[in-house]
Design a binder for this molecule. Structure first.
Ligand SMILES: N[C@H](CCC[C@H](N)C(=O)O)C(=O)O
Length: 284
C-alpha cells in the first residue's frame, strides 16, 4: 500500500507528515514504520513523524500524534507542533483569525499564524524546573537539560566547533541517573551580550543526534537563563544551528514569576510529497 508523505521543517527541524484520517494505517505505528518513514531517499533523515488524526475546520481544531525517529512518542515537540498547525490550516483552509487549537499527543495547545509561514504556539506552564549546580532541568512536556556553554568553551567560535555528540555520549548517563529520567534532551547554550539572544545546540532524545533546531529546547533554555538572571529580556531569540531563529516570549508577573510561554518560528513545506510503500517500507 502507498502512503502519501509530506516533508516539512520548523526552524530547520525536519519532519514527515502523514494524513491518516482515513486510517490507512489502522494498526500501531510501530518502530519499523516510523524509523523507515524517517529514512528519506532524496532528503536528509527526518527528525520526527507527525500523523494527522482529525481536522475540525468549523472550530479550527486539529489533532496529531508525534513520534521520534526511534518510534518513541508522548513527548512534546515544539517545532513539530508549529508544522502541524500550518499543515492543518493549509490542508483544510482553516479560518485563522481567532487562533487555532492543536491536540498533540493528547495535550491541548493554542496557536496563531503570525505571518505567512510563522506560527506562535502557546504552551502550558512548565511542569518542573530544577536549578542543579550550574545546569538546569526543565520539563515542558519533553525533558531538557540546559548547560551554560561558557562552562565548556571560551568563545562562540569554540561553541560552534564543540563536539556535542561526543559530549552527550560521555555525559548523558550522569544526567539521566541524577534525574532518574532516561528521556533527556541535552542543550548547550551560549548567551550573546545583547541580553536577548542565545546560540543553542541540542542533542535530542529519540533522535540520538544533534538536530537542526529544537523548539522545546529553545523554550527550556529561555526559562533556564531567565530564572538564572543570565537573560533579563522576556522576548528571547534562540539561534539554532539551522540559523532559522526561534523567538520565545515569556509571560511574567510583577514578582518576575513565569506564567506562560509562547514559541514563535517558521513552519515550511520543504519539498513535494512523496509515496512511501508500506510493504517494502521504502520511499518510491
Ligand atoms: N525529541 C524530543 C521531542 C521533540 C523535541 C523537538 N524536536 C522540539 O521541537 O521540541 C523528546 O523526545 O523529548
Amino acid at each position: 500500500m502507498l502512503l502519501e508523505v509530506e516533508h516539512w521543517s520548523g526552524a530547520g527541524n525536519r519532519f514527515v507528515i502523514v494524513d491518516n484520517r482515513r486510517k490507512i494505517i489502522n494498526k500501531q505505528w510501530d518502530i519499523l514504520l516510523i524509523t523507515s518513514l524517517c529514512k528519506r531517499k532524496k532528503l536528509p533523515d527526518a527528525e520526527g513523524v507527525l500523523v494527522l488524526l482529525e481536522l475540525d475546520r468549523e472550530n479550527s481544531n486539529c489533532n496529531y500524534d508525534f513520534y521520534n525517529p526511534d518510534g518513541s512518542t508522548g513527548t512534546m515537540c515544539g517545532n513539530g507542533a508549529r508544522c502541524a498547525i500550518r499543515h492543518a490550516v493549509l490542508t483544510d483552509n482553516f479560518d485563522i483569525i481567532h487562533g487555532i487549537k492543536l491536540t498533540l499527543n493528547n495535550r491541548l495547545y493554542t496557536a496563531q499564524i503570525v505571518a505567512n509561514d510563522r506560527v506562535a504556539l502557546r504552551l502550558p506552564l512548565y511542569k518542573q524546573l530544577q536549578l542543579i549546580d550550574s545546569w538546569t532541568y526543565v520539563d515542558v512536556g519533553s525533558h531538557h537539560v540546559i548547560i551554560d556553554a561558557r562552562k565548556l568553551v571560551d568563545s562562540i567560535e569554540e561553541f560552534h566547533q564543540f563536539d556535542l555528540i561526543k559530549f552527550a555520549n560521555e555525559n548523558l548517563d550522569f544526567y539521566r541517573n541524577k534525574l532518574d529520567n532516561p528521556s533527556l534532551n541535552l542543550n548547550i547554550a551560549y548567551p550573546i551580550r545583547d541580553q536577548c539572544t542565545i546560540q543553542l545546540r541540542t542533542y535530542e532524545n529519540g533522535v540520538y543526534n544533534e538536530t537542526q533546531a529544537c523548539g522545546t529546547g529553545a523554550i527550556s533554555t529561555a526559562i533556564a537563563f531567565w530564572t538564572r538572571n543570565i537573560i533579563r529580556n522576556t522576548i528571547i531569540q534562540l539561534i539554532p544551528i539551522s540559523q532559522r531563529i526561534l523567538t520565545v516570549h515569556l509571560d511574567t508577573d510583577k514578582q518576575e514569576h513565569i506564567l506562560g510561554m509562547i514559541l514563535e518560528g517558521d513552519a515550511r513545506q520543504d519539498a513535494p510529497s512523496s509515496q512511501f510503500d508500506t510493504e517494502s517500507m521504502q520511499y518510491q
